[in-house]
Every structure is written in C-alpha cells, then in structure tokens.
Ligand binder design. Structure first.
Ligand code: PMP
Length: 433
C-alpha cells in the first residue's frame, strides 16, 4: 500500500543496501524515530522516549524560534560568504565576544571534523612544522587530519598503531582508571610536558598540542587541576600552538563555564566549535588570533561554500539567542547538579556503578564489575542501554571500554525528566536487564 510506511524491517534492509554499513545505527532493534520535541523523541508507533543522548541539539528538538528563523532566511537569501551581508559579521562578532580578547578572528565551516582539520592546518602554517601531540583515547573527527589525531580505539581498533608519523600521543589523563589515579593524576601534566620537551630535543618540536579541555570520550572526566597550564606552557616553550577542541564540551553544557578551557584557567591559541553551535544544522567554527589566521595565506585562500552562509549564520545567531534567553547554561548547571545527586544516590546502592563523572549536563556513569579492580562492565553497559530503551530512555555507552553511560541530553532537560531517567536506571539496576 503506497500510503503506508514500509515495515520497519523492510526499511532497515533498504538502509543496509543503500547506506554505507560502516555508518552504524543505534540498537539492534532501533525504534523508528519520526519527530522530536524538546528532550523527547517520538517513534512511528507514537511512543515517546526521553532523549539523554543528543548533545548536538542543545536547544531541544523542534525549537520553533530556530525553525522560523531558518524558514525566513531560506525564503530571503542563501549564498556564500564571499558576498557581503550582515549575519556572517554578526555571528563572527558574537563568537569572539564569548572568548578572551586575543581570540579575535573567526573561520566558519560546517562540522567539527572540518574545524579540527583547519585548526591543525593553521598550526602547521603558523609554525612551519607538522608534528602534533594528541591525547590518547580521544576523538576529533573523520577527515584525514582529524582522524590522524583521533586515538580512541572505540572508534578505530587500530587507532594507535595506524597513526601517521607526525602524530605523537600522551597518556589519557583519566584520574579514575588511567595510569595515575586520584591525587596521583597530578603527574599526567608534567609527563605530557616532558614528552613535548623531549620531542623538541629530538629535533621534532610540535606545531601543536590538541585536546578536549574536559575529557569527553572518557565520559566527562575533568582534566587534573593544572594539566592544561603545564602542557600549554611546555608547548609554547618550544614554539607550538595550543588547540582546545570544544566541539563536544563547549557552549554551556558544563554548566559552570561556557567553555571547557575556562575550567583550567588557560587561554588556547586556537578553539574549535561545532555540534551545539548549529543545534544540528551543519555548522562549525575555528576561532584564533589574527596573526595565526593570517598565516593561512601561505596555503592560499580559504573558502567553504556553505560555511558562514546567510542561513548558517542565522542558525548560529539564533542558537546563541535562545541559549541566552532560555538561560540554558544555568539550566545545565541546576538540572545537571540535581541529576548528579540522584546518580550518586544510585551509586551508593548499586555496586555496578564505579563512579559518576562529569559537570552540568555532561555526565558519565561508569559501570565496573569490581570497584577494586575496576574491571569494565562492557557487556552489562550495552544490555542496560537496551533495557533502558525498552523503558523509553535513549542513552548510549562511551569510552574506549564502552562501559560508561554518556549522559548529554538537550540543555532544556527538566528536573522531572532527570528524575524519570534516574528512576528508570534504578529500576534496571534493581531488577536486572
Ligand atoms: N571533536 C570532538 C571532540 C568530537 O566529539 C567530534 C564529534 N564527535 C568531532 C570533533 C567531529 O565533529 P563532527 O562529527 O561534527 O565532524
């Protein structure tokens, strides 16, 4: 019947045939999602789900202000940024106004991968060298350069063995289960700094040090106090640039700060932004100092057909307006603190929870089989996610061990929905999965 949607299995089979299989889908039996509203998703059966996963959609799904702004701008004009129009200037000014004064120059692109790629190429152009230091167990994108510095084995089992020669890594600064734990985590900074100094002594001074300023892939673990100060100092001492990848953790999600690097009291040379910046519309940015941006001239001119287009710029401006007007960073802090408290209550009763990580509405619940050995409860985490889906909650695992529930919902999450999530998790941990 042409009036009926095809059966779900039929659509999945067609997806398998037409859509590259390496682009996986969530769940073996995925609900077929038809619409979204705030922090809720609704499937074709009319079933609602609490969305604890969509960190890109910071404003929430189906936001009318964004939808209206896009609609109006599409009717009026969409062209490229070689034309002279207001919104591209306004968005660039709004971004620089959110950052320390020296970060005064903006490139507009279409994704986090592009932003990271451009950030690296800016560092290479500005320093005249290519060696780059990245942190282990991180993800930075799929382009050639972004993939090269992505070291997470969850995304690519060969991530560490297949790096090009210009990529050097330092240990994942994970204070929960890394090489140094608890107070000992203070050693990660000096160790990474020593690695950078050593590379310079070997005649390979790095062009850049790149990392997420809040450790996203591990489930939202703050970097040890002083980590970025120590590593940035060592990088600058050998003439390198410091890149903060804020694609995932920036834009207010952490609640306490708009940018992750602010938690560390440092100022990067280059900042990459995407995801939240477009609320799902393809939007990314690199913000840097004027002289670093100018160094790109040695590579030719810079142009991105849709980067900074009138529609993209209006999306970027509207997202910033709504974030401000609806006080979503404050909401991330208040609801995030509340949810964290609820999760810590669960940790006191359920030994499977090894730790609750995170800040604001970037939280991680790490599951371990044994709190002493910290053996990752990987299979349990996958099964818990499946069971939560049956109970109407969308959430997925993260980390190289896939044993952390990554909790990064739209920033409009309410306390009530946070309670619904905590109750569902309590139910699964109490009655099994
Ligand atoms: N950097 C970080 C920290 C990310 O989390 C991601 C996406 N997961 C990227 C870069 C790449 O962004 P995109 O998917 O928009 O290309």
């Amino acid at each position: 019947d042409p009036g009926q949607p095809p059966a779900d299995q039929d659509l999945l089979d067609r997806r398998d045939r037409a859509f590259a299989g390496v682009q996986e889908h969530y769940y073996d039996e995925p609900p077929r999602i038809e619409r979204g509203w705030r922090h809720h998703l609704v499937d074709t059966q009319g079933r609602g789900y609490l969305d604890m996963l969509n960190n890109v959609t910071v404003l929430g799904h189906g936001h009318p202000a964004l939808s209206d702004a896009v609609h109006r701008q599409w009717r009026r004009l969409n062209t490229n940024s070689r034309f002279h129009y207001g919104s591209v200037v306004e968005l660039s000014e709004r971004l620089t106004a959110l950052l320390p004064a020296e970060l005064d120059t903006v490139f507009l692109v279409n994704s986090g991968s592009e932003a990271v790629d451009l950030a690296l190429r800016l560092a290479w152009a500005a320093t005249g060298r290519q060696d780059t230091v990245a942190v282990e167990e991180a993800y930075h994108g799929w382009t050639y350069a972004g993939d090269a510095v992505s070291t997470s084995v969850a995304d690519n089992p060969n991530a560490l063995s297949s790096r090009p020669g210009w990529v050097h890594t330092v240990a994942a600064p994970n204070s929960y289960r890394g090489r140094h734990r608890g107070a000992e985590a203070a050693r990660y900074g000096p160790e990474a700094a020593a690695r950078i100094t050593e590379l310079a002594a070997q005649g390979r001074p790095p062009a850049a040090f790149l990392c997420e300023p809040f450790y996203g892939n591990a489930g939202g673990i703050p970097l040890p106090d002083g980590y970025l100060r120590e590593v940035y100092e060592a990088t600058r001492a050998v003439g390198g640039l410091c890149i903060a990848d804020e694609v995932q953790v920036g834009y207010g999600r952490l609640g306490t700060h708009f940018w992750g690097f602010e938690q560390q009291g440092v100022i990067p040379d280059v900042v990459t932004v995407a995801k939240a910046m477009g609320n799902g519309h393809p939007l990314g940015a690199v913000i840097t100092r004027r002289e670093i941006a100018d160094a790109y001239r040695s590579q030719g001119y810079f142009f991105s057909s849709a980067g900074g287009s009138p529609v993209s710029s209006v999306v970027g401006l509207t997202v910033l307006d709504v974030l401000r007007d609806e006080r979503l960073q404050d909401n991330a802090l208040a609801v995030g603190d509340h949810l964290r408290g609820r999760l810590e209550e669960l940790a006191a009763r359920h030994p499977l929870i090894g730790a609750v990580h995170g800040s604001g509405l970037y939280l991680g619940v790490e599951f371990v089989r044994d709190r002493e050995s910290k053996e990752p409860a990987t299979e349990e985490t996958a099964a818990i996610c499946d069971r939560l889906r049956e109970l109407g909650v969308i959430v997925q695992p993260t980390s190289d061990r896939q044993c952390v529930l990554k909790i990064k919902p739209p920033l409009c999450l309410t306390r009530r929905s946070a309670d619904v999530f905590a109750a569902a998790l309590d139910d699964v941990l109490t009655h099994g999965w």
